[in-house]
Write a protein that binds this ligand. Sequence first.
Ligand code: ADP
Ligand code: MG
Length: 140
Amino acid sequence: MATERTLSIIKPDATRRNLTGKINAKFEDAGLRIIAQKRIQLTKAQAGEFYKVHAERPFFDELTTFMASEPVVVQVLEGESAIAKNREVMGATNPAEADAGTIRAEFAESVGENSVHGSDAPETAKEEISFFFSGLELVG
Ligand code: ADP
Ligand code: MG
């Protein structure tokens, strides 16, 4: 197993409900370290660029409108197998299918407004981290 870094986003439904600290506690309890973090407001165009892999999906407009609707907290998580570990802590995309104790089971409002984003593979983690952070901002 290797130490990895992954990109996490606390989405607008969660920042609106003041859940940043409760979600961060889930990461830290799982052994993930928050090595970079900032609260930002995305434009719809920036949200579209970040989620461009989903551009042809029927939910793309809803997703990008939602992601630009209120501030998000973008963060880099570091730890052993951080990419897979974060996906475990997040739970399934649809909160109705998420395991008990996961962030989405506890906090998500719907399949779209599901509180967190997490990278899904090493290559996307690298791309997504550099979308939001410069090397100088990553202090492991
Ligand atoms: P994940 O975030 O678990 O990696 P996906 O990459 O499949 O999930 O989808 C990206 C995001 O798009 C989801 O987290 C969710 O916010 C939104 N989304 C996915 N499927 C739907 C859907 N059927 N309806 C509305 N929004 C969706
Ligand atoms: Mg995804």
